[in-house]
Design a binder for this molecule. Structure first.
Ligand SMILES: [Zn+2]
Length: 93
């Protein structure tokens, strides 16, 4: 899917339609001290192998991509509609 680099959208801070630049949302860094991570680390300690199954048989190629829109004037960031596509391409213009 091809997406233009800039689009017009409503900015709630400027309270009107503004130019937004589109980029792709990326996951943040995992927190090492989150409860789930601590529990997992504890489970992995000691004897025995991998405690939780690791998924390998993935047949699907489409991944959900969330666009991140940034207002060109005030810099407000908002999310666009997530798309399930094979390839998410941002083109100029
Ligand atoms: Zn704005």
């Amino acid at each position: 899917m091809k997406v233009p680099k800039t689009t017009k959208s409503l900015c709630p801070r400027c309270k009107k339609h503004m130019d937004f630049t589109i980029s792709v949302y990326k996951k943040g860094k995992k927190r090492t001290l989150a409860q789930g991570q601590r529990r997992y680390d504890r489970k992995k300690k000691g004897y025995g192998g991998q405690p939780k199954e690791v998924f390998h048989k993935n047949a699907k190629v489409n991944k959900k991509t969330t666009p991140l829109l940034t207002c060109s004037v005030c810099g407000l960031k908002k999310y666009g509609r997530p798309q399930k596509v094979k390839k998410y391409e941002i083109i100029a213009g």
